[in-house]
Design a protein around this ligand. Structure first.
Ligand code: NAD
Ligand code: UDP
Length: 324
């Protein structure tokens, strides 16, 4: 029986956050979910509202927050390129000011705090696969920079609070993750392809489709993140959490069409600026320190995700809330 804690999940109503809340509630912890619903909806956590150990708070982490908790998972931040570029200045504020607010709270109540960082800190990588020691190749003035540089600055803040205040921090670098409860309109490749394939609409490949990504199923990711929170205190990270299976975007399109039994055509659209050419995590550190490795292959994960997409009423989803 694990010891029960008071746990705050910022961004807890989002795709990953809602699944994390579910896991923590089922383990009996007292869970506070904080979200401004910028890229999510209450429906993602509606099934938890009746649980006595779950509490939902509408709050924007750019504003300070006063709570008493033992652990914090800081996930609040739009994650899909279309979402984080919707209001890039707000994205940077969420990453940087949000981190300062969360770290300040952790310092006051001596809470352990985990940052959901990203493979985007490696930018368009010249080193492949990417180990944590690689410092990255980020364009600081491009359209992705609000997210990439925001997350890099947040990592800096986490390490400085750790060194200056001996705060118990953890940093996980998450690689592309997919699964049920993704926002079908978030514009990410997996959600776009599945939505398009089910509807019989053309599949939109940006560029040639030769660029690669490594796709991690949601449950594997959450397991890795929770292991990192529970890791010995001398292991701060950053640690890569992702699935090292690497696929071209064309391969993903073909597999999605096959699994959906769809006869959608494939169309090509221009490649977005600074779109990374390839991406694959080196997960040796996670294997070694967390005993973690992904267990769900792309085909199996896609099947589960497609099954969920078939149950979704697209009219329940809306574009990001204007939020300035
Ligand atoms: P998501 O957009 O579904 O979830 C983010 C949540 O944060 C949403 O519920 C959103 O409303 C909320 N939010 C945004 N700004 C906020 C603010 N200022 N105050 C309070 N809440 C705010 O995305 P996700 O895929 O669940 O990502 C969760 C975290 O994981 C993010 O920090 C993201 O950067 C990180 N991450 C995700 C992936 C991935 O592939 N899913 C990859 C790398 C990193
Ligand atoms: N992509 C695509 N078609 C789409 C959406 C995305 O070809 O409809 C490509 C995109 O250009 C990128 C890859 O898929 O090369 C992954 O994009 P996503 O937005 O999911 O994540 P990220 O670029 O942040 O890894």
């Amino acid at each position: 029986m694990p010891s029960l804690k008071r746990i705050l999940v910022t961004g807890g109503a989002g795709f990953l956050g809602s699944h994390l809340c579910e896991r923590l509630v089922s383990e009996g912890h007292d869970v506070i979910c904080v979200d401004n619903f910028f890229t999510s909806q209450k429906a993602n956590v509606a099934h938890l509202l009746a649980e006595p150990n779950f509490e939902l708070l509408r709050h924007d982490i750019v504003q300070p927050l006063w709570l008493e908790v033992d652990e914090i998972y800081n996930l609040a931040c739009p994650a899909a390129p279309g979402h984080y570029q919707f209001n890039p200045i707000k994205t940077m504020k969420t990453s940087v000011i949000g981190a300062i607010n969360v770290l300040g709270m952790a310092k006051r109540c001596r809470a352990k705090v985990l940052q959901a960082s990203t493979s985007e800190v490696y930018g368009d990588p010249e080193v492949h696969p990417q180990p944590e020691s690689y410092r990255g190749a980020v364009n600081p003035i491009g359209p992705r920079a609000c997210y990439d540089e925001g997350k890099r600055a947040a990592e800096t803040l986490f390490m400085d609070y750790h060194r200056a205040h001996r705060l118990n921090v953890r940093i996980v670098r998450i690689f592309n993750t997919y699964g049920p409860r993704m926002n079908p309109y978030d514009g990410r490749v997996v959600s776009n392809f599945i939505r398009q394939a089910i509807a019989g609409e053309p599949i939109t490949i940006f560029g040639s489709g030769d660029q690669t990504r490594s796709f991690c199923y949601r449950d594997d990711l959450i397991e890795g993140m929770m292991r990192m929170m529970a890791a010995p205190d001398d292991f701060v990270g950053p640690v890569n959490i992702g699935n090292p299976g690497e696929f071209t975007i064309r391969e993903l399109a073909e597999l999605t069409l096959q699994l959906c039994g769809s006869s959608s055509t494939i169309v090509h659209r221009p490649l977005p600026v600074d779109d990374p050419e390839r991406r694959r995590p080196d997960i040796a550190l996670a294997r070694d320190r967390l005993g973690w490795a992904p267990t769900i292959a792309l085909r199996a994960g896609l099947e589960r995700t497609i099954e969920w997409f078939r149950t979704v009423n697209l009219a329940d989803y809306r574009p990001p809330t204007p939020n300035y």
